[in-house]
Design a protein around this ligand. Sequence first.
Ligand SMILES: NC(=O)c1ccc[n+]([C@@H]2O[C@H](COP(=O)([O-])OP(=O)(O)OC[C@H]3O[C@@H](n4cnc5c(N)ncnc54)[C@H](OP(=O)(O)O)[C@@H]3O)[C@@H](O)[C@H]2O)c1
Length: 322
Amino acid sequence: MRIAVTGANGFVGSGLLSYFRSKGYEPLALVRPSADTALLGDIPIRRIDYNNPSNLAELIADVDILIHNAGKTKTLSYQEMLDANLGLTQKLLDAANASPNLRQFILISSLAASRPTSPGKPVIESDPSAPLTWYGKSKLLAEQHLAKESTLPYTIIRPCPIYGPGDRDFLELARICKKGYIVKLGFKEKYSNMIHISELADLISRCMNNPQAYNQIFFAADGKTYTQTEISRAMADALNVKTMNIFIPTPIAMLAFILGDLAGKVLGKPLIVNREKMKEFMAEAWLCSIDKAKELLGYAPVPDLNKHIKETIQWYKEASWL
Ligand SMILES: NC(=O)c1ccc[n+]([C@@H]2O[C@H](COP(=O)([O-])OP(=O)(O)OC[C@H]3O[C@@H](n4cnc5c(N)ncnc54)[C@H](OP(=O)(O)O)[C@@H]3O)[C@@H](O)[C@H]2O)c1
């Protein structure tokens, strides 16, 4: 069975494809013409032009399952976010609907398309969405477009923060921990779920060709609740460094996010610290239930944050990223 993944040269795409290959599927990486494909190793690659409908149709004509993973998490404008997350989905779905062999369209959305919550109250898939950010809104619009326009069975995956080899977002946190700092934004603890790339790939593989997953939304997490401090502590332990806690009061943290926003505009490139991210960071809890995936898909993760973070740190070191 040929499984194609868009945005395949990025962290999630490359991680999914190497997992699928290890499980005996035929992986196919779909990347932009100018993409750096270093993370893909020897996985077969097709370079795809999203602005050319006949090229899109041709490149997915022999694909069985299409996982649309390409997308942006930070941009300088809402329009740019819409173009990347909604626009790309629209173009790909037009080609997918006309494809002769395709059996399923799987969209990698995000927990951000749902809503933040409070500790002990994970959101479920049927809860009304109230995204906070451009990112969350654009992902929700992509989901709605898919649900309305797909003539194929579709599945929407809403992962919480994903970590593992090749991830650049947690790399930033690891760099801070390596300097010996555990940074806390505001004095109140923040709560979130996490999912390792292998757990996400396992959940997605359970959706593939599975009628139980057709036309459904699933949250993706490892099932445990983590505090911001626990995640940093696991990184510091993996790095074997002594740490000190640094508390950044909320008004100062907000100022840093605003300055990050301005710096991004000056540089013409969004930074990881920006005003949109501030909305996510300031929420007390980003928690979701995985009961639906457990019941319908038999998803049964065995969370081990310390082990997975240790392996990720080791990968960063071997790749000379850290
Ligand atoms: N990482 C997480 O914690 C997380 C959590 C929930 C959901 N997700 C979702 O997972 C997906 C992959 O994220 P990631 O962390 O792997 O990000 P990443 O490493 O930045 O990879 C993003 C991929 O999308 C491609 N892409 C971005 N904008 C594009 C555009 N306008 N047209 C075509 N391709 C475009 C990139 O191609 P180029 O290299 O050519 O730019 C790259 O291949 C995204 O949809 C994201 O929303 C991620």
